[in-house]
Design a protein around this ligand. Structure first.
Ligand SMILES: NC(=O)C1=CN([C@@H]2O[C@H](COP(=O)(O)OP(=O)(O)OC[C@H]3O[C@@H](n4cnc5c(N)ncnc54)[C@H](OP(=O)(O)O)[C@@H]3O)[C@@H](O)[C@H]2O)C=CC1
Ligand SMILES: CC(=O)N[C@@H](CCC(=O)OP(=O)(O)O)C(=O)O
Length: 338
């Protein structure tokens, strides 16, 4: 079986990664890519690494045209811009995997509070499934709309979920999440913060106390633990192209050692092909270019110290999106991703 797919936001980084993965997918055919560029450039001119591999021109987004061509659409647009396109595609019977943040927060009031704009598609918001396959594979397989997770939330949630699922092991209100991201995490669209002389040879924290991924991490971890989780989330921009490294600190409420914690992680992720529970300390270089998330844990002064890392553009975005696509259409979860 072959599924015809389209990618919106063709000139972006996650769109390029989607194209590269889907080109090697035996059950997917990329039939359309869209861009606002009125010149309608060839995809290989927008992304020279696709030369000779994808012979498509970027087209303007028209929901009727895309729905006539594609059964599934990967929406790689910025949040805010995404929901109008998603709504129009769902109305035409297309299944959508949205890489933006538009459908991740269940409560539209929380969305308005953290994103500074009201949600324009609350009807579909109700039916969106948060696309973290390690937690909700069954729901994903039946979903018409996937809210693909944010890159930071994937690393934090997968690092903390095993501890929160283990009853009263950690204090759900005492968690600190410290993350570092490479610059592709900010997208291809230029910004002052990602201008070379600003970010080269520089490390900086940003949006401390009010980063929009805070409510996303809290919502999902609260679902996992069954109680209200609070986190202090501090993101940093570091001078590398790709990769996220997250260290999470959680007060332990029971006396456990590292061996026992690692066993909890191994049990939780048994049969999950893209989470590697490791004993050594992780490094972004071990996951960049792959769909793996590496995670390990230490006990220091009665706190669990969890370290997790991933490629922000793959496990943190496009790789996870294809993992979701595989589950939605009944293909083996690892297709095109190993
Ligand atoms: N980068 C990352 O690591 C991650 C990104 N994400 C999310 O995935 C989505 C895509 O990210 P990424 O590829 O990095 O972003 P980019 O900025 O690299 O690309 C987004 C593309 O969307 C199009 N676009 C920009 N603004 C608008 C607009 N107002 N209306 C319609 N189209 C627009 C542009 O394409 P064109 O000019 O061709 O129209 C642009 O190249 C975003 O929502 C992002 O937050 C999620 C997880 C990780
Ligand atoms: C380094 C950097 O700027 N990262 C982005 C997060 C990227 C991501 O996952 O964003 P979405 O929630 O939009 O999908 C940020 O902090 O806003």
């Amino acid at each position: 079986m072959t599924i015809d797919v389209a990618i919106l936001g063709a000139s972006g980084y996650t769109a390029l990664e989607l194209a590269k993965i889907l080109l090697r997918h035996p059950n997917a055919r990329v039939v359309a890519v869209t861009s606002r560029d009125e010149e309608q450039p060839a995809m290989a001119d927008v992304h020279p690494s696709l030369t000779g591999r994808l012979d498509l021109r970027c087209e303007p987004f028209d929901p009727d045209t895309i729905a006539a061509k594609a059964q599934c659409v990967f929406c790689a647009l910025p949040h805010g811009a995404s929901m109008a396109a998603v709504r129009d595609l769902l109305a035409r019977g297309v299944r959508v995997i949205d890489l933006s943040a538009d459908y991740r927060l269940r409560d539209p009031n929380v969305y308005a509070e953290w994103y500074g704009a009201s949600h324009a598609d609350t009807e579909n918001l109700e039916h969106a499934v948060y696309g973290l396959p390690e937690l909700w594979a069954d729901e994903i397989s039946k979903a018409r709309l996937i809210a693909n997770p944010g890159c930071y939330p994937t690393s934090a949630i997968l690092g903390l979920a095993p501890l929160l699922a283990a009853g009263d092991l950690i204090d759900p209100k005492g968690i600190i999440v410290d993350s570092k991201s490479g610059v592709t995490g900010a997208g291809r669209t230029p910004k002052l913060m990602t201008h070379f002389p600003e970010c080269n040879e520089n490390v900086e924290a940003y949006n401390v106390g009010w980063h929009r991924h805070t409510p996303e991490i809290e919502q999902i971890l609260s679902d996992v633990s069954g109680t209200g989780v609070e986190v202090i989330f501090t993101p940093h921009l570091i001078p590398m192209d790709r990769g996220i490294f997250t260290t999470s600190y959680a007060p332990l409420q029971r006396t456990v050692d590292e061996k026992q914690l690692l066993e909890i992680f191994r049990d939780f992720y048994r049969g999950k092909p893209f989470v590697r529970v490791i004993e050594h300390l992780p490094a972004t270089k071990d996951t960049v270019g792959s769909n793996f998330l590496d995670v390990t844990v230490r006990v220091v002064r009665q706190r669990a110290v969890v370290m997790s890392c991933e490629d922000n553009l793959l496990k943190g975005a496009s790789g996870a999106a294809v993992q979701n696509f595989n589950l939605m259409f009944g293909f083996p979860e690892t297709t095109a991703l190993l």
